[in-house]
Design a protein around this ligand. Sequence first.
Ligand code: SF4
Ligand code: SF4
Length: 308
Amino acid sequence: MERKHNNQFTLQVIKMLEKYHKEILTCTGCAFCKKACQVYFHTRKEKDSPKGRIMISYGLLTGELKEDASIVESLQKCALCRLCESVCPSMIKITDIIRAARHDLKGMLPEHERILREIEAWDEPVEGEILLVMNSRNEIVDEIAKKLHATAWHGGCGAAIERMGRENKFAEKLIKKIKEAGIKQVIYYEPYCRKYFEDLNAVNIIDMIEDVEINGSYAVHIPYDFDDEFIEKVKSLFKGKDVMYIHECCGGRIEFREAFPEEAEKMANDVIQKSKGRKIITTSLECYEHLKKYGNVVDLLHIAKFKG
Ligand code: SF4
Ligand code: SF4
């Protein structure tokens, strides 16, 4: 899908739903957003559409709706892909509203409770001079760490906690450990980690890639919610090469695929289909772990040649 507006990555601190009262009221109910939502495409239920989630948020805000299991499910059954925002004529920050509504929820899905427990229990030494922060236990993380003379941290930055609507205390603890260990540089990958590392000497691994080694036709999958700067940097690595781009959501975010495996599988197969037989290159290890179950997939890190 063509990108229609500057999709600057602003993973803000989640505010309460009240903050979005005026924004919610600007929704005209035109339903254009429904056409962009892959979750709605597969379930065909109004409550699973962006518009439906805005209406639910409005109901929660005014007190016309009371939280129950069905409301928790609807608000969580969103991949936060932001594709709906690309077509909303009123430019409503739909995912910010959904995030705020999630923040206000008292209940959690059982899968999310488990993910939260697992992330918060992650314990791995933080040591060395350079720390490679990845949210993956895939062997590629250790291979890249070796190449970059870094120590690997496989627990990620805990962004999933925030996406599920809870405070990311895991990131706070990680930053404390990084400071105490005297780490000189942090290397991260997923753009959403950046905000947690703003006070540290942190670099996105994309800036350390000199070139990519490919031979043939590829489809590069870049989640739509990634910031424009990251997307442009990825595209510059493939300049002049035989690639097409897929900006759709594969359903690979851990909290989405664990809670809604059926929809996540369908969304992954949509991406595979759109690649038209080309081998897929993902730009997120979360997407890689998900998509590789359904097709011929590598991650950008598998084919990267690093500077120096
Ligand atoms: S496209 Fe925007 S204005 Fe139209 S229903 Fe969806 S959120 Fe509301
Ligand atoms: S962010 Fe993606 S999954 Fe969520 S409502 Fe919008 S289009 Fe649907």
